[in-house]
Design a protein around this ligand. Structure first.
Ligand SMILES: Nc1ncnc2c1ncn2[C@@H]1O[C@H](COP(=O)(O)OP(=O)(O)OP(=O)(O)O)[C@@H](O)[C@H]1O
Ligand SMILES: [Mg+2]
Length: 142
């Protein structure tokens, strides 16, 4: 388990880039944190470090975005998921056995459908400043 604080979106990009440089292909990242915590910001920095120049957005009608970089990146945002039934219908497993990286926002909405050795990143925002506290740990060391 590792705890890191960032004080700006730029510092979050730096942290994400550091992780992207040493990530194992096939890793599934579960991002946790309230609305506006910085989950998408982190994934944008991560994508940039993988050499992806396409903007990473939070699509309104699709839950899954696919990008090609040094490693393929699947960005899944489960915020709009109506329930566990819909999670089952997404076929999430298909994204997990690829040689790329899958990053999932609101991953707790697919609890039980995620692989066992997932990398968790929990982001907590400070109420009054731009400080974000990142807690990073592997599921099997939790
Ligand atoms: N240290 C920081 N790290 C990341 N983002 C920060 C930081 N400080 C301020 N911000 C701002 O916080 C916001 C984070 O938004 P972002 O879309 O990444 O949140 P999110 O967790 O993906 O929210 P949602 O659940 O709505 O998808 C951005 O406006 C960003 O500029
Ligand atoms: Mg987001």
């Amino acid at each position: 388990m590792r705890t890191v604080k960032t004080n700006s979106p730029e510092e979050t990009w730096e942290l994400a880039g550091e992780l992207a440089d040493k990530i194992e292909p096939g890793t599934v990242i579960a991002l946790h944190g309230d609305l506006g915590a910085g989950k998408t910001c982190f994934i944008q920095g991560f994508a940039a470090a993988l050499g992806i120049d396409e903007p990473i957005t939070s699509p309104t009608y699709t839950l899954i975005g696919e990008y090609e970089g040094r490693l393929p990146l699947h960005h899944i945002d489960l915020y709009r998921l109506s329930g566990p039934q819909e999670a089952l219908g997404l076929g999430l497993e298909e994204y997990f056995d690829v040689n790329g990286i899958t990053a999932i926002e609101w991953a707790e909405r697919a609890e039980g459908l995620l692989p066992p050795d997932i990398l968790h990143i929990r982001i907590e925002a400070d109420e009054t400043t731009q400080t974000r506290t990142f807690t990073i740990f592997k599921e099997n060391e939790a």
